[in-house]
Design a protein around this ligand. Structure first.
Ligand code: CDP
Length: 228
């Protein structure tokens, strides 16, 4: 006897947004998620959360087993917790995130959580937008639409400096630029899932665009892909 077939659930529509630090990908991905009423996942926050958990537990950031344990026990609700969330966004946590993000064991653990979010978006949403470094290449290679967002390093440093200086008066632009270069090098150079523009991801350079202009350009690229 054959089993009664279940009604097919339509596959979620996935949009992958990748790019380097402070390229504008987070802002654009959030705006696109609001536009389409899709769920949004900032995958960088997961790596930041792993790094910060290791630091707070007194572990060693260079030790893969400390980082994998932190990834396995990562509490998504904690990422929203005020004190934790404030430390998540600091420059130090960003650099620490790029250390644990190079570890294959950490990436494998985080990969499962990202795919689950993409294929079964929360709150009954019909689609999901994920932003990160390897969404279009590794996490969701079959995404319906992809974007690779970039901007010149000096522009990205100015944006990040403006964001961070309110909470850290000691910060200077030169240090932020050096951090951006260090993070780009680590993210592009790692062996596992390096940051890379997918072959089918159009490049959007936001260096000389306002947020509105960048959003209009991103939306046009996604629409062209979804309506093809
Ligand atoms: O916000 P920002 O672009 O500065 O960084 P983020 O997206 O929060 O990511 C922090 C770090 O996590 C990055 O520098 C990467 O090393 C790592 N990351 C990754 O390896 N893969 C992702 N999908 C997302 C972030």
């Amino acid at each position: 006897m054959t089993e009664p077939s279940l009604p097919a659930t339509p596959a979620a529509c996935i949009i992958a947004v990748d790019g380097p630090a402070a390229s504008g990908k987070g802002t654009l991905a959030r705006r696109l998620a609001a536009h389409y009423d899709f769920a949004y996942l900032d995958t960088g926050a997961l790596y930041r959360g792993v790094a910060l958990s290791v630091i707070l537990a007194g572990g060693n950031l260079e030790n893969e087993s400390d980082a994998v344990s932190a990834a396995e026990s990562l509490d998504m609700a904690r990422l929203e917790d005020n004190d934790f969330a404030a430390r998540l966004r600091t420059a130090e946590t960003g650099l620490a995130a790029s250390i644990v993000a190079a570890m294959p064991g950490v990436r494998a653990t985080i990969l499962a959580a990202q795919r689950q979010f993409a294929t079964q978006p929360p709150d009954g949403k019909k689609g999901a937008i994920l932003d990160g470094r390897d969404i279009g290449t590794i996490v969701c290679p079959d995404a319906a639409a992809k974007l690779f967002i970039t901007a010149r390093a000096e522009i990205r440093a100015e944006r990040r400096f403006a964001e961070l200086r309110a909470n850290d008066g000691s910060l200077n632009l030169g240090t932020v630029l050096a951090d951006i270069h260090a993070r780009d090098a680590r993210d592009e150079g790692r062996a596992t899932a390096p940051m890379k523009q997918a072959d089918d991801a159009p490049l959007l350079d936001t260096s000389d665009l306002s947020i509105e202009e960048a959003f209009a350009a991103a939306l046009a690229l996604v629409e062209a892909k979804l309506n093809r």
